[in-house]
Design a protein around this ligand. Structure first.
Ligand SMILES: Nc1ncnc2c1ncn2[C@@H]1O[C@H](COP(=O)(O)OP(=O)(O)OP(=O)(O)O)[C@@H](O)[C@H]1O
Length: 263
């Protein structure tokens, strides 16, 4: 269960933006969907503890991560949250293995103990990165970089995974293929996910519930679990099916999200 109700104000010398976001869901995969600048990344940062809200609460699976009324404000490293940054933010001077190990930062500085080294190796295997372990990120494909970033986000054993535009760094063809892979990661790791996107196809392929964000506020909730189930995810995994016309469900979801049916 994720339960968010917060307000935050960010400003610099020329701009001021107010976030007043509120949503709650028990769905495994929640999407925050909205246009660029709507306030999605700031919401994710507030959940992760990278942005301090003015007031409100952030609760995840019964744990209180932030509650202004109760004086609770856990630091990022105690929130149990894995964060996949937009464009992945891999460290260019570190190898794949070192990047993944960085998810265990505090121990990394003093070297990895046996247990943690084993965990990193298991993550590398799990994301099919073992053979790339000594490579630098610049030499990797977009999909490989995404896998490194996911492995790093999962290294600390988080209870919630936050994904900021997981496909933003990829070309459209690769996005299509990697949606299926990400759906597989969600199934395998079985942890709640909050994903932000401005692509309706990400929502259709991956989310159970979508919250539409506009001007710093959640204005609409769309439950994608009703009706035909996860047929759209199957269509992504079987690309040939993608040439089929939109299903009735896709049309309904696009209408709810206010996306043109041919858009
Ligand atoms: N430190 C800041 N000072 C002033 N304005 C800011 C600051 N940080 C973000 N903003 C503004 O707040 C708004 C919301 O930003 P946010 O990054 O959450 O948008 P977003 O919905 O994630 O957009 P995108 O999809 O492009 O990443 C934007 O207009 C942004 O310019």
């Amino acid at each position: 269960m994720i339960d968010i109700d917060l307000t935050a104000t960010v400003s610099d010398s020329t701009r001021r933006f107010t976030l007043a976001t509120r949503f709650a869901s028990e769905a495994p995969v929640v999407a925050l969907y909205g246009a660029s600048g709507a306030g999605k990344s700031l919401t994710l940062q507030a959940i992760a503890g990278l942005l301090r809200p003015d007031r409100g609460h952030v609760r995840v699976g019964g744990r209180v991560l932030f509650d202004s009324a109760r004086g609770v404000d856990l630091p990022p490293d105690r929130r149990g949250v894995g964060y996949l940054f937009q464009h992945y933010a891999l460290f260019p001077h570190l190898s794949v293995r070192e990047n993944v190990a960085f998810g265990l930062t505090r121990w990394w500085r003093r070297g990895l103990s046996g247990d943690r080294a084993a965990r990193v190796d298991a993550l590398l295997r799990s994301f099919d990165l073992t053979e790339l372990a000594r490579s630098r990120p610049a030499g990797l494909s977009g999909g490989q970089q995404q896998r490194v970033a996911l492995a790093r986000a999962l290294a600390c054993g988080p209870e919630l995974l936050l994904l900021d535009e997981p496909f933003a760094a990829l070309n459209p063809l690769l996005r299509h293929d990697l949606r299926g892979q990400l759906a597989e990661v969600f199934r395998r790791w079985q942890m709640p996910v909050v994903m932000i996107t401005h692509d309706v196809d990400d929502v259709l392929a991956l989310a159970d519930v979508a919250f539409v964000v506009e001007h710093g506020q959640v204005v609409r909730e769309v439950d994608l679990r009703s009706g035909e189930g996860r047929d759209v995810t199957r269509r992504v995994l079987v690309p040939d099916l993608d040439i089929a016309p939109l299903t009735a469900r896709e049309r309904r979801v696009r209408a709810l999200l206010h996306v043109p049916v041919d858009g």
